[in-house]
Design a protein around this ligand. Sequence first.
Ligand code: S3P
Length: 163
Amino acid sequence: MNIILIGFMGCGKSSTARFISKNYAFRFVDTDRIIEKKMKMNVREIFEKHGENYFRRLERKIITTNLSFCSDCVISTGGGLPCYFNNIEALKKIGWVFYLKLSFEDIISRVRNMTNRPLLDDTEKARLLYNERISCYENAHFFVDASKNVDVIAQDIISKISS
Ligand code: S3P
């Protein structure tokens, strides 16, 4: 059984997935890191060299290749991944999907000094994207309050899959 974390950039998907992997019997998987490793470039470089559509196709491919073979993994997804090509439905077939919910204001304060997220360069555009994506994220099996500490979020996720 797999745990899949979705939500906007900066909501804590990777740190929560790492925590779950360290403390429970799940293998850590991060879709952005798989893509970066394959392309030997970071996400910003991929966007700049090949464009966003190309990146979205890479994400789609990761679902049908790497993710569909996961077993007992905790998977951190790129913030846009569930919202293209109806990927959310494919994710829901692979595991339990958790939406890590966090306000836009909290997100902006968390990601202030990070530079590897091209879609956050313009805060107003990012706000529109945030609002647009809510309805996609809300298709998750479960919602989690991502403003809590990582151990509390992890416990919440584990208790939801155990009940
Ligand atoms: C993106 C989120 C990023 C990364 C890319 C695009 C998005 O991942 O996949 O910059 O469209 O929201 P994180 O959510 O891990 O920052």
